[in-house]
Design a protein around this ligand. Structure first.
Ligand code: PLP
Length: 439
């Protein structure tokens, strides 16, 4: 390749920063997914990023397949996004008053999705938390149905994992969440229509909402079986519950219209509420929830359901998000799809050659590689993935200059900036990583 790779293999600077970080921050990271606990080694401290490349504090470059866990659809430091943000920052960073870019960002979201009105917030967690409050306020009911393996942020009532059995009162998935926060949460296996039918038959009129990832990406990518989301929407309608489709990860990523563009848009249905984040913030803290106008009318100050935020609709964040969405053309999605297709084939070929059981699953432009036989239909299935093999695979890729997510249960995020050189660097690294995974 013509581009100079910095052939340092030193991690001394990252190690030193990690030691400092661990002194002042639990586990040395500000979000657990960034830790290397599951794969071993020291998290790389990134000093800068450009296009598909990350450069760490030791001066080494990596092809980035984390993409900030979803937002960086255009790649890093896109010149037009940088310019728009610089311009916005120079005009002041926050006013606590309405601004133009937040209106334009809301218009862009409404134009691309079935939501009629949106409220902007600062994180995906806030979006799902607020959507659930609104669903409860609107319906006057308390029970929330979620699926095992779906992640909706660190909302107390959603940090619940299923006990055994088909439908069970959820037990908290973490200390610090009282049982009273999750006793109104019902957790069901994903893709399981019978389980849903049973809960709706038994408790339908207590159910405020069903929240689901439009296409789960937080247990690896587990696409809904054909018609599953439409089935949820239909079931909710029969009892007056709301369907909340969480598109924080898939929104403006799986397709220009998010996963809904490949699903409800074709089948002719829409969720009552949706949540968005990641891509729509362009790498800044911006997220949103939205939906039917009559439901959104229950939100303060129009209605009685309270929801607020000092930095909601922040002018810098919304400028970054708006600029990103305006640049996210059909060509961008076609490129991200094509890069993903090449990497999916490359990964599968390398793993096959090394004799490593695997399955590659996709939802629009999103995909992930499970190190187990497929198909993976739910959380229980996802847990069959060989995490020790993934650790070896990840470490080999990292040593060869490719930064995958340090978790076996994540999508690999490509961008419009992943060019031939970056893709080739990944393809070149895969065979040795697959052999490492074979043990
Ligand atoms: N919902 C989904 C589907 C997500 O993937 C995430 C984050 O990964 C969230 C919600 C929470 O978003 P945030 O991390 O911005 O709070």
């Amino acid at each position: 390749s013509s581009t100079p790779q910095t052939y340092t293999t030193s991690t001394a600077a990252s190690q030193s920063w990690f030691a400092r970080a661990s002194t002042v921050t639990p586990g040395g990271v500000n979000s657990p997914v960034r830790a290397f606990n599951a794969v071993g080694g020291t998290p790389r401290f990134i000093a800068s990023a450009q296009g598909p490349w990350l450069t760490d504090v030791d001066g080494r470059r990596y092809v980035d397949l984390i993409g900030s866990w979803g937002p960086m659809l255009l790649g890093h430091a896109h010149p037009e996004v940088v310019a728009a943000v610089q311009d916005a920052v120079a005009r002041g960073t926050s006013y606590g008053t309405p601004t133009e870019p937040e209106v334009m960002l809301a218009e862009e979201i409404v134009a691309r999705t079935p939501v009629e009105k949106v409220r902007l917030v600062s994180s995906g967690t806030e979006a799902t938390m607020s959507a659930i409050r609104l669903a409860r306020g609107f319906t006057g009911r308390d029970v929330v149905v979620k699926f095992a393996g779906c992640y909706h942020g660190h909302v107390d009532s959603l940090l619940a994992s299923a006990g055994s059995g088909l439908a069970t009162h959820a037990i908290p998935g973490t200390p610090g969440v009282p049982g009273s926060s999750t006793e109104l949460t019902v957790v069901l296996p994903y893709n399981d229509r019978e389980a849903l039918r049973a809960v709706f038959a038994e408790r339908g009129h207590e159910i405020a909402c069903v929240i689901t990832e439009a296409a789960p990406g937080n247990m690896g990518v587990v696409p809904p079986e054909a018609g599953f989301n439409g089935f949820i929407a239909q079931l909710c309608r029969t009892v007056g519950a709301l369907m909340i489709s969480d598109e924080v990860m898939t929104g403006f990523r799986a397709s220009p219209q998010g996963f809904w563009g490949l699903d409800g848009a074709l089948e002719g249905w829409a969720p009552d509420l949706m949540t968005f984040g990641k891509v729509m913030g362009g790498g800044f803290p911006a997220a949103a929830f939205g939906g039917r106008a009559d439901v959104m009318a229950h939100l303060a100050p129009e209605g009685p359901v309270y929801q607020a935020g000092t930095l909601s609709g922040n002018p810098v964040a919304t400028t970054a998000g708006l600029t990103t969405l305006r640049l996210a053309t059909e060509e961008v999605y076609a490129h991200v799809q094509q890069v993903g297709d090449v990497l999916k084939v490359g990964a599968a070929e390398a793993l096959t050659a090394a004799g490593v059981p695997h399955t590659v699953q996709a939802a629009g432009t999103m995909f992930s590689v499970f190190l187990c036989d497929g198909p993976v239909l739910d959380y229980e299935g996802a847990q069959r993935t060989d995490t020790a093999a993934y650790a070896a695979f990840f470490t080999s890729m990292l040593e060869q200059g490719v930064h995958l997510p340090p978790s076996a249960f994540e999508a690999w995020f490509c961008s419009a900036a992943h060019d031939d050189e970056a893709v080739q660097a990944v393809l070149d690294a895969l065979p040795a990583a697959a052999r490492a995974a074979a043990g």
